[in-house]
Design a protein around this ligand. Structure first.
Ligand code: MG
Length: 152
């Protein structure tokens, strides 16, 4: 049994689609990044790699590699799941998204379902919080995510 932890933060920018947990969420701004900027999936990928002791997302999918430009992060997650097949199955996933906006409650079920399908477990928990107006997340400049995963 192994536990892994992941964190990520991306800046919100106009002219980008907002993708969280592999789900597109209607919003005037999206997450900037070399890939699609899906901060939630990036935190999950780092948690998985951490549980398996296999480095981090940055060394696997460097933002200097044109191959990952605008990459669908769900595709990156599928690659990592394939690579970690020998490290065990996902027992459960727990994530906390930090976002001042948009409100994530209406999208929580869709995100949970997508994560369950990508990870092959129904034990998925998605929580969302604001930062009470504090810091860059609180100012609506960024969205951050923490993820914890268990492999067995
Ligand atoms: Mg990232």
């Amino acid at each position: 049994m192994a536990v892994g932890f992941g964190f990520d933060i991306h800046r919100l920018a106009p002219g980008r689609a907002l993708r969280l947990g592999g789900v597109e969420i209607p919003h005037p701004r999206g997450l900037a990044g070399h890939s699609d900027g899906d901060v939630l999936l990036h935190a999950v990928i780092d948690a998985l790699l951490g549980a398996a002791g296999r480095g981090d997302i940055g060394e696997r999918f460097p933002d200097t590699d044109p191959a990952w430009k605008d990459a669908d992060s769900a595709g990156l997650l599928r690659r990592v799941m394939e690579e970690l097949k020998d490290a065990g199955a996902v027992v459960n996933l727990d994530v906390t998204v930090l976002a001042e906006e948009p409100k994530l409650a209406p999208h929580r079920a869709a995100i949970t379902t997508r994560l369950a399908s990508l990870l092959g477990t129904s034990r998925v928990s998605v929580k969302a919080k604001t930062m009470e107006g504090l810091g860059p997340v609180g100012a609506g400049e960024a969205i951050a995510c923490y993820a914890v995963v268990q492999l067995a």
